[in-house]
Design a protein around this ligand. Structure first.
Ligand code: NAD
Length: 362
């Protein structure tokens, strides 16, 4: 194939953020070829990319990033120049149940992808963009403590965040040792359409819509810094194209909210749209505090000054409006949510986890 400006492998493109990235980028950059490399685990949904699946600059390849032979063959066949690496095991609760799976995909898979790309894309002038999380920095105290900057020392608490931290280190090492052009982005909690219904927001929205209990960990005062997935993807596009080689960029929208406040806001929004529960009760009456998750970080907050100042990025979504739009998306896509919840792997997990620890989700 020739004629493309860049040939970009997007790993994990059938996932929540990878899918949003492809829906935005495929039409935005018709001069680039996007090759979606995804193993289609339980977390994947091809519907996330249905809107771009028939575009001429989009191709799908079912490949597991842990499979060296398949990765080398795929990157070579498409003459890949750049990699944008989303593929990962991404759910913290699952990392407690199956930590080695996180190491295999997030650490070994990333090393395999990096090394395959180093060999195959040599001399292509392309870039390896590794998508990571703010969780690598560990936990901040509830009161005080500035947001994480790019020089905050790594201090991960969970098998998920430790596996992502390990992957970040590998990417930096391949830059320093082999001179590869890499960039790393560490982003805060994303929300928006098509998020898998085991993550906080979709679980709470779908339970509240069905009148089921709303399990909140601990005292509900854990703080997360929220960003709309499209704002994250806009930032990623800038970093891929304009970021400095070898550099890390934190991405966050200055939107810190305690979990209990967020869940209460969702209840309010759903009550307004659907009316109260029988007996005139608000959906907030469904909230139930459940035993905290081990290794549950207290607070995350991102200082995004670098990407704002160096690359001129800023989020375009206003939080309350974006939250309302997200609730409306889940209200009109209940079949998609139910379909995700039907897979054997999801049901087995829900029985093991929510059934015992945090409520009636499946
Ligand atoms: N969700 C968030 O709030 C958030 C925040 C910051 C960073 N991140 C990072 O962004 C990336 C994407 O997160 P997400 O929420 O979209 O995840 P997701 O779980 O929704 O999607 C992951 C995708 O990767 C694919 N995948 C998993 N293992 C694979 C393998 N071995 N080979 C090929 N494909 C494989 C899955 O099939 C799925 O499509 C992850 O690296 C995550 O660490 C997520």
């Amino acid at each position: 194939m020739s004629g493309w400006r860049r040939r970009i492998a997007v790993t994990g493109g059938c996932g929540f953020i990878g899918g949003a990235y492809l829906r935005q980028m495929v039409p935005r950059h018709p001069e680039d070829l996007y090759v979606n490399i995804d193993a289609l685990t339980y977390a994947a949904s091809p519907e996330r990319v249905a809107a771009v699946a028939h575009e001429g600059n989009y191709v799908f390849e079912r490949v597991d990033i842990r499979d060296t032979k398949a990765v080398v063959e795929c990157l070579g066949r498409h003459s890949i120049t750049d990699v944008v690496h989303f593929a990962a095991e991404s759910h913290n609760d699952r990392a407690i149940l199956t930590p080695l799976r996180f190491v295999e995909t997030n650490v070994v898979g990333t090393a395999n992808l990096l090394e395959s790309w180093r060999v195959v894309a040599k001399g292509s002038g392309g870039r390896f963009h590794h998508i990571s999380t703010d969780e690598v920095y560990g936990s901040l105290p509830i009161e005080g403590g500035e947001g994480f900057t790019e020089s905050t020392p790594y201090d991960p608490s969970s098998p998920y965040s430790a596996s992502k931290a390990a992957a970040d280190h590998l990417v930096r090492a391949w830059h320093r040792t082999f001179g590869l052009d890499v960039v790393i982005t560490n982003c805060s909690n994303n929300f928006g359409p098509f998020q898998f219904p085991e993550k906080l927001l979709p679980v709470m929205i779908s339970n509240a819509l069905s009148g089921r209990r709303l399990p909140v960990y601990g005292d509900g005062m854990n703080v997360r810094d929220w960003i709309h997935v499209e704002d994250h993807c806009d930032a990623l596009d800038l970093v891929l194209r304009q970021g400095r080689a070898g550099r890390t960029y934190n991405i966050g929208a200055d939107c810190e909210i305690p979990n209990i406040t967020l869940v209460t806001m969702l209840c309010e929004i759903i009550d307004q749209r659907e009316g109260p529960l029988p007996g005139g009760r608000s959906r907030a009456s469904l909230i139930e505090f459940v035993p905290d998750r081990p290794g549950h970080d207290r607070r995350y907050a991102i200082d995004a000054s670098r990407i704002r100042e160096e690359l001129g990025w800023s989020p375009r979504h206003e939080f309350r409006q974006a939250l309302e739009d997200t609730v409306d998306w889940y209200r009109t896509h209940r079949a998609w949510v139910e379909n995700c919840q039907k897979s054997d792997e999801f049901r087995a997990y829900a029985e093991r986890n929510y059934g015992e620890r945090s409520g009636d989700v499946s």
